[in-house]
Design a protein around this ligand. Structure first.
Ligand code: KG4
Ligand code: ZN
Length: 391
């Protein structure tokens, strides 16, 4: 089965083409094409993502990413798609919602020969609604023109399921899909979410706890901003903290571990951010204090995430722990979770996505589309963007 997947929920535009093949021994998952454009440079100057600007950028770049991903998967050729007038009108209507780029979008799509694709998956939430809509309308237009079934996909489920892709060898494009043991605890840590999720069986998600204010990634980004580090702040803070650890340097700054003993599975990171603000109030941000805050902040976050997850593993008797979302790319968090599993839960399987698949991408939408089809989900062209879509 070949799947084309589209992701535009935040500030990455991504299109992937994958081939999933089942044999007696395993399910192979090959990435045939993977095109991604990050808007980070654009949003950097504002320290955050502006939905309308993100939307415009997605619409601008989608046609060339489509061509790139098809070329990479050796499926690109041009023809003049003569559409029946009624169909062309439908497609135009869809694309016109994306403003004055409709003509350009339509022209590009019409010149591409129908590729060998069995299903289209597109993120329909959660995320920034204007951004989500661009991807959805683009995907629906492709589905209409090429007559390929389309599936709405939950971005957070994508973050969970990307961890099932296990590299076969050294190639970054050849994976097999592992079958996890249930129950599964997933810790989702991204720019918009911090959630502990229990799955007793496939396709079933129960949120045990979540953040009451800021998401972890958001806290990383805001603290980085206070430290005058560029956006997105996660990788920047991580780099400084790792340097400190390498040099065996200690931090003289103490930050709280919010809600670490609260007895539930909820999180709160807004207070941590305020605590940082308080520490640097009268200090010019230079050298050492920047490094010390980065180290102590990252340690505080890691400790809270570990403590809550440990509690969830103990209380649910989980057989598998999944980490997902952009923050799961963090080296220290990955290392500390591996350590906890080895030392305290040797029977629990730990699944963490490849670093490149931790942050937003379309491959995670492709594997989720596959899993949904396997689970009996029916295609639908009648869905909307849903900014607050939950699992
Ligand atoms: O999942 P994601 O790519 O987008 C959302 O769905 O939100 O997550 C983005 C978030 C950003 O806040 C970014 O700072 C954070 O993930 N992030 C990291 C690292 N890489 C990305 N945070 C900590 N350490 C990292 N290495
Ligand atoms: Zn994400």
């Amino acid at each position: 089965m070949k799947i084309l997947a589209i992701e535009t929920s935040c500030d990455e535009t991504a299109i992937a083409v994958v081939h999933v093949s089942e044999s007696k021994e395993e399910v192979s998952f090959d990435i045939l094409g993977n095109a991604l454009n990050s808007q980070v440079k654009l949003h950097e100057q504002y320290g955050g993502v502006f939905p309308m600007m993100a939307k415009r950028e997605h619409a601008k770049i989608l046609p060339s990413l489509l061509i790139e991903s098809l070329k990479e998967s050796e499926q690109y050729s041009t023809i003049d798609n003569q559409l029946p007038t009624t169909k062309e009108e439908l497609v135009r209507k869809l694309l016109e919602r994306e403003g004055n780029l409709a003509d350009e979008l339509l022209r590009t799509i019409k010149t591409i020969k129908k590729p060998d694709i069995d299903a289209i998956g597109v993120t329909n939430g959660p995320g920034l609604e204007p951004a989500l809509w661009v991807g959805i309308n683009f995907a629906k237009a492709l589905s209409l023109i090429w007559d390929i079934p389309i599936y709405p996909i939950n971005h957070m489920e994508g973050h969970i399921l990307s961890s099932l892709l296990v590299k076969k060898g050294i190639s970054n494009n050849q994976f097999s899909i592992t079958k996890p043991n249930f129950p599964i605890i997933s810790l989702l840590i991204s720019g918009g979410h911090t959630e502990l999720v229990l799955s007793e069986k496939i396709n079933e998600y129960k949120i045990l706890g979540q953040t009451r204010d800021d998401a972890v990634g958001e806290a990383f980004d805001k603290v980085a901003r206070m430290l005058k580090l560029p956006y997105p702040g996660g990788p920047q803070i991580s780099k400084l903290a790792e340097e400190m650890r390498l040099n065996k340097a200690k931090s003289n700054i103490e930050l709280p571990r919010p809600m670490i003993n609260s007895g539930d599975f909820d999180f709160s990171f807004a207070g941590l951010k305020t605590a940082v603000l308080y520490k640097i109030k009268d200090t010019p941000i230079i050298g050492e204090i920047q490094n010390e805050i980065a180290l102590e902040f990252e340690n505080a976050v890691t400790e809270v995430l570990i403590a809550k997850t440990r509690k969830a593993l103990l209380e649910t008797n989980a057989s598998c722990l999944i980490l997902g979302g952009g923050v799961s790319a963090n080296i220290n968090i990955r290392r500390e979770f591996k350590k906890m599993i080895i030392e305290e839960f040797p029977d629990v399987e730990l699944l963490i996505p490849e670093t490149v698949l931790s942050t937003d991408n379309a491959v995670m939408i492709a594997i989720t589309t596959y899993q949904k089809i396997k689970a009996g989900m029916l295609p639908s062209s009648d869905f909307i963007a849903s900014g607050n879509l939950s699992l």
